[in-house]
Design a binder for this molecule. Structure first.
Ligand code: AMP
Length: 189
């Protein structure tokens, strides 16, 4: 597999509103942690959010952001994310359809890319409080574009309040346990 010679920090947005979103996330995080030449650095809190861009009623979403450190080039990473979505029953029926799992590359280092298959940073990141809030929760202060995204979040106004952090004193126990004990995953789902 083609890899880069230096590691890149990349931020992956997770979303789910079908088939037990917490379980979808636990499985997705295990798969992200198992990607070749990649390590899972951290995971944000879970957030309950109102569906975005939809006209018909849909279940509320669960959203989070995971930080990876990877040697995989962005196209290889995107293909791997699509494989994880497919393995978890993702069907692409129509834009903004409810989904078992959505994985987006929000940032890939400082890379800027404009291809039909991949745009970096994610083009709708500045418009989506449900991605900005968990991203800013786990991104270090040194993240070069941090101030820009903090400003983007401020301009979203009321949309910020539709993203509710799910209280969990010990972080994300379900998720943390699943990552550290992948062999026990079937017992936990
Ligand atoms: P989805 O949000 O999963 O429905 O993505 C639809 C398409 O967006 C995918 O097939 C990707 O090729 C494309 N895409 C463009 N930029 C990105 C990005 N930064 N992260 C994920 N998918 C992207």
């Amino acid at each position: 597999m083609l890899t880069h010679s230096t590691r890149v920090d990349t931020y992956i947005g997770l979303g789910s509103n079908l088939a037990h979103p917490h379980r979808q996330f636990a499985a997705a995080l295990r798969s992200l942690a198992a990607l070749p030449d990649t390590s899972l650095v951290s995971v944000s809190s879970m957030y309950r959010t109102r569906p975005w861009g939809v006209l018909k009623r849909q279940p509320m979403y669960l959203n989070a952001v995971a930080r990876l450190s990877t040697l995989l080039p962005p196209k290889t990473l995107l293909t791997a994310l699509h494989g994880i979505e497919r393995a978890q029953g993702r069907k692409r029926r129509y834009r903004f359809a409810p989904r078992t799992l959505d994985l987006d590359i929000l940032l890939y280092g400082e890379m800027r890319l404009n291809r039909t298959y991949l745009t970096l940073p994610h083009p709708r990141l500045p418009l989506r409080a449900f991605a900005l809030i968990p991203l800013l929760e786990i991104a270090p202060d040194t993240l070069p574009c941090r101030r820009r995204y903090e400003k983007a979040l401020q301009t979203l106004g009321a949309a910020r309040h539709e993203v509710r952090q799910i209280p969990s004193p010990a972080g994300n126990p379900l998720v943390q346990e699943k990552i550290s004990n992948p062999l026990r995953s079937s017992q936990l789902s």
